[in-house]
Design a protein around this ligand. Structure first.
Ligand SMILES: Cc1cc2nc3c(=O)[nH]c(=O)nc-3n(C[C@H](O)[C@H](O)[C@H](O)COP(=O)(O)OP(=O)(O)OC[C@H]3O[C@@H](n4cnc5c(N)ncnc54)[C@H](O)[C@@H]3O)c2cc1C
Length: 444
């Protein structure tokens, strides 16, 4: 069998190009490292990798900020659908008027207007604002308290079909009733359109003659397999795409410029608040390079218990502070991650922490119960950035090798990136289809 194009990875980027190109009748081969697993337990598939924050600043601050006392972690998934099945369905892109790293703004600098694709992607993912009738009592308390202290609270845009959603609040487990979009939906469509999926296939390198692509190499079980193909879309995610590029001899700027939208969740004790049963992150309050949003984390329970509070999951309320961190991280040769915490980033986390503390106290949380999780990241990107590794058409220095995942985003958006990745992937698919059509016309 010969293929027009091979796609590596089935996350937000890979699944979108697979769907779009198969819809146009192209013969698409999809290679995925992981496999399909039953929905409902996605959270158990999360991989955590430690980040070395180079803690120069930390000793001066760690007494006052508990989140500096533990190692930082980055989360991702390697399975069908990539990291999308655990997403909380947040679909931010509409902050272009308030923050310069937004999807539309940061790509305009490179000569790309993503506005139309963002609108189209929103329609495909059925994005709509979180509806008031699904807002639980604890989230309502956060909204009221926020407004009392002058924070503007707005509904979070979500890729949830709210006509199906039963409000269980377990989005992170993968949606059993398919109300939440994830990338497996697009893979299923691609398969219906005739695409071929080979899972449990680890792509190791791209073969090329320094100018043009010749094929792909990878491991399936114990066997090394090769495919001859003239176009490849690499969408293995911001942690794996650089690895494949480096194995293929493409090294300049690769694996550098890592950001991950660093976040912490701070919380406290209120008996029987039942926040854990509500849809997470239903609202947000924007503060330029960071935002605050209601967030439950199991880690808060452990931290409260350590502080002497007899907390059950029903007794915990929390706020996430998520920042657009500096794109200063690096994937090292030994697969470790260095991500120095800069003075600016620490300042933003501290600012958000203090605002959230005020908010929790306004809700009625006992100030002595306030605890904070360690620093985490869940939006890795920037490691094969536009302008450095790919051009504005998402093509690398090797003709025919494109990238369509979070690694091409140059700067941290500080907002959930799935919608942006989907829009970029749609743009790439449209360009490829137009290019093929043009070549056919020229031949005629
Ligand atoms: C808990 C959590 C909640 C989140 N919530 C949200 C949210 O609400 N909204 C939002 O926008 N974002 C959210 N995110 C972030 C979002 O899920 C990711 O940023 C996004 O899915 C990344 O997409 P991607 O296409 O770059 O890559 P990925 O989703 O990482 O997909 C990469 C794919 O490539 C495959 N792969 C890797 N290596 C190879 C190889 N060598 N060969 C073949 N295949 C390979 C992987 O298995 C995977 O399928 C969340 C993340 C986490 C962890």
């Amino acid at each position: 069998m010969t293929y027009d194009i091979a796609i590596i990875g089935t996350g937000a980027g890979g699944a979108t190009v697979a769907r779009e190109l198969s819809k146009k009748g192209l013969k698409v081969l999809i290679l995925e490292k992981g496999k399909r697993y039953p929905v409902g337990k996605s959270v158990n598939h999360i991989k955590n990798i430690q980040m070395d924050l180079k803690l120069d600043l930390i000793n001066e601050n760690k007494e006052n900020y508990e989140f500096l006392n533990y190692p930082a972690e980055l989360m991702y998934i390697e399975d069908l659908g990539g990291t999308t099945p655990v997403s909380l369905a947040n679909a931010c892109y509409a902050c272009s008027n308030c923050y310069s790293n937004s999807a539309t703004n940061q790509f305009k600098i490179h000569g790309i207007d993503l506005f139309k694709e963002l609108i189209d992607a929103s329609a495909d993912l059925k994005v709509s604002p979180f509806p008031a009738d699904l807002m639980g009592p604890a989230t309502c308390k956060i909204v009221d308290a926020g407004e009392n202290i002058g924070f503007f609270m707005e509904p979070m845009p979500k890729f949830i079909d709210f006509s199906k959603c039963d409000g269980c609040g377990l989005c992170i487990n993968g949606c059993k009733i398919n109300a939440k979009w994830d990338a497996t939906h697009f893979i299923n469509e691609a398969l219906e359109n005739g695409a071929t999926l080979i899972s449990d296939f680890i792509v190791t390198k791209i073969n090329h003659n320094k100018k043009e692509l010749t094929g792909i190499e990878g491991i399936s079980g114990d066997e090394i397999k090769k495919f001859k193909v003239k176009k490849v879309i690499l969408a293995a995610g911001a942690l794996n795409t650089p690895q494949i590029l480096k194995n293929s001899g493409i090294t300049e700027n690769v694996g550098e410029g890592l950001f991950c939208d660093l976040f912490i969740t701070i919380g406290g004790y209120i008996k029987d608040i039942n926040f854990n049963k509500e849809i997470p992150m239903g609202v947000k309050s924007e503060f330029g390079p960071y935002f605050l949003s209601p967030h439950f984390s199991n880690q808060l329970i452990v931290l409260l218990k350590n502080k002497g509070f007899n907390a059950n999951p029903e007794d915990v309320i929390g706020i996430m502070i998520k920042i657009a961190d500096e794109a200063n991280g690096k994937l090292n040769e030994d697969k470790t991650i260095t991500k120095p915490l800069t003075e600016r980033d620490l300042g933003l986390l501290k600012e958000g922490y203090e605002k959230s503390e005020k908010l929790l106290v306004e809700i009625g949380v006992d100030p002595s119960s306030i605890v904070s999780t360690h620093i985490r990241g869940a939006h890795p990107g920037g490691t094969a950035a536009m302008g450095k590794v790919v051009d504005k058409n998402l093509e690398t220095e090797i003709k025919g090798l494109f990238i369509a995942d979070a690694s091409v985003i140059p700067q941290a958006p500080g907002r959930p990136p799935i919608l942006t990745i989907t829009a970029l992937a749609k743009k790439l698919a449209n360009n490829i289809v137009q290019d093929i059509q043009l070549k056919k016309k020229t031949k005629i």
